[in-house]
Design a protein around this ligand. Sequence first.
Ligand SMILES: [Zn+2]
Length: 469
Amino acid sequence: MGVAKYAHLYRLLRNERRPLEELRELQLRRLQRLVAHAYQEVPYYRRSWERLGFHPGDLRSLDDLQKLPVIDKAAFQQHPEELLAGSFRGQPLTAVRTSGSSGKPLRFWVSPPCNQFRDAQFLRPYLSNGRRLLDKGVWFKVNPLPPPKWFQRIGMLREQTIYPGVDLREQAAAFRRLAPDVLMGHASSAARLASHLQEEGAPFKRPRMVFTDSELLTPQMRRSIREAFGCEPLDVYGTYETENIAYECDHHQGYHIALDAVIMEFIRDGRPAGPGEEGEIVCTVLTNFTMPFIRYNLHDLGSYRTGPCTCGRTFPLMKMIGGRADDYLIHPEGGRKSPWDLWGHLLPLAEYLHEYQVVQQEIHLFQVQVVPSRQFHEGIKQAVADKIRLVFPAARVEVLVTDRIDREPSGKFRAFKTLVRIEEASASRKAGISLPPAPAQGIGVPDREIQGQGLGPEAARPFFQPSGT
Ligand SMILES: [Zn+2]
């Protein structure tokens, strides 16, 4: 490892500002090579495309990609052997395991060259946004970091961790001692520490930058981080399958899409969503030839933003809509409900709550755990319940005060979760259960933010040499 990764990184950082036409050409070349390879070597794709009468020669433009079927995690869970390219069989490969925060872990393999490209892709959002080689970085991490690399032993890209599972006073002490220049990791961990430090009131060295990943970065978390650390968090969107594929810059106009690594589509009811229209994020990973992800539905929601960012990067912008697939709640009238409206309604209560988690236990039953701040008083419980009922009018709401909200086994925090299956909503509708009218939606809250299943540095940095960068 090593040299190839940094050569990739150099090119990746340069690509961010290349003319858009050049980037589209690069995408098309890579896509044609990937599709020809998959047709030749990956039985699953060959079989499915032959049924449609598709031949790689039919792929003449980026739009032709839409002739291919959309797949998702299920294909990789059911046919892993058939998705591995023939020439990689018996070769040394790295396994990548997803965290399975949605309850369905996935394992896939990548070759060493693909792994090196992924490493570079992982680092780009941080270095692009101004993390310097001599900065001291601190991650919120559940797992220990791998042993330091040679460059870390001489002080470059130094990294340490704060374990978010320990008491906040202990985390605050570690934070003061480590005094990071750059703080990184789960949004909720950074926000929780931020509120705690504010409340303690003792001085601490502010980090120059805060990067968040892996979780919904709610407006409330953004605010806590901004107030304590004096900087706006920069959110990074990635998944294990795709690595980091979109990231904010300090102009905060959206997330820059990594055009050199993926083709990202937004699909709504089987067709491409228009600009600004919400769609499911479907990715084709351009540099993984080991187990190719072609039109892979991440089931997260986003939309294209039109117009370039004022920062000068040519990578186009996307807007994250309202959460990952598993952050959605189920609406009694059917369908998934983004937690966006709830965030907006709960935002005015931010000063009373360090943290909250809304769990939809049954279609009309919500349990809300809250970690109170100093300003909290009993009346806030009722206020929380009232806010939930603005979006779910028939809801019974139970508010529990606690000093700590459990994380998922993966270490992730979920501000919203549902235990209801979507079919139950349809069933209650069919049974003719009458519901009050839907509430007025939408209040004046700035930008919607979300996050996908992000990657920590300890994630297996599992790697294809893309040519023609
Ligand atoms: Zn920008």
